[in-house]
Design a protein around this ligand. Structure first.
Ligand code: SF4
Length: 227
């Protein structure tokens, strides 16, 4: 696994768990709002070894409940499944953050019940996916990934970063409709010097309240983070 970072402790990223997070190097997408753009290239001179990660996890067993595997996009790592099995062998729970593009890997992970939580980002409506993903994606595979996660017995959530220049009530409603009543979080874009799209703007507080009002009637399981 190409691991670019280890955050030793988080109380926020794995629901109801005390966890560590690793960030894998490499992503197949180019989202203009990406706060981890340094993790997009498939290689880096600044990686940390798996052994360093496992040595830390072994020491913290009993203090942390689990490990979040985030990125970059973890499913592009050829040895992800082997790595997850090693973490599970330590008795830790695993949460996987994914953009859902790699259907085959997701299917294997779900079929073999290898993780305890999956969070999948849905970037945009299927027809306009490229506006956010920055590259062409296979829409049919994305929809299958959503279905696969929705119908699995693994705890999960879907989430969309909403951006004023890109999304509106209509597109947000369409995205929410893909998960068909499942748990979904909308998170407002946060401006930062690190993102690729310097022109992007977040929604205002008033916009978010309005979006919340509109979504609540139609999709009771959709929540906006931070309002
Ligand atoms: S999928 Fe995630 S890591 Fe990849 S470019 Fe988009 S925001 Fe960044």
């Amino acid at each position: 696994m190409k691991i670019a970072g280890l955050q030793k402790l988080t109380l926020l990223d794995f629901p109801n768990k005390v966890a560590s997070i690793i960030f894998t190097q490499g992503c197949n997408l180019r989202c203009p709002y990406c706060h981890n753009s340094g993790l997009i290239p498939f290689d880096s001179d600044d990686l940390i070894s798996e052994e360093e990660v496992f040595s830390y996890l072994k020491k913290r067993k009993g203090v942390i409940d689990g490990l979040v595997i985030s990125g970059g996009e973890p499913t592009v790592q050829s040895d992800l499944i082997f790595f997850i099995k090693r973490v599970k062998d330590l008795g830790l729970q695993v949460k996987l953050d994914t953009n859902g593009c790699n259907l085959d890997v997701l299917k294997k992970i779900i079929d073999e019940n290898l993780v305890d939580y999956i969070a999948m980002d849905i970037k945009n409506t299927i027809t306009k996916y490229k506006d956010v993903a920055g590259v062409n994606v296979q829409a049919d595979k994305l929809k299958k990934s959503i279905e696969l996660i929705k119908n699995s017995s693994i705890d999960h959530e879907f989430r969309t970063t909403i951006i004023k220049n890109i999304h509106d009530i209509k597109t947000i409603s369409e995205i929410c409709s893909y998960v068909d009543g499942d748990k979904m979080f909308l998170q407002n874009f946060v401006k930062s010097e690190n993102v690729l799209g310097k022109h992007l703007e977040p929604f205002s507080k008033e916009d978010l309240i309005q979006i919340n009002k509109e979504m609540k009637g139609k999709f009771p399981n959709v929540k906006i983070r931070g309002i």
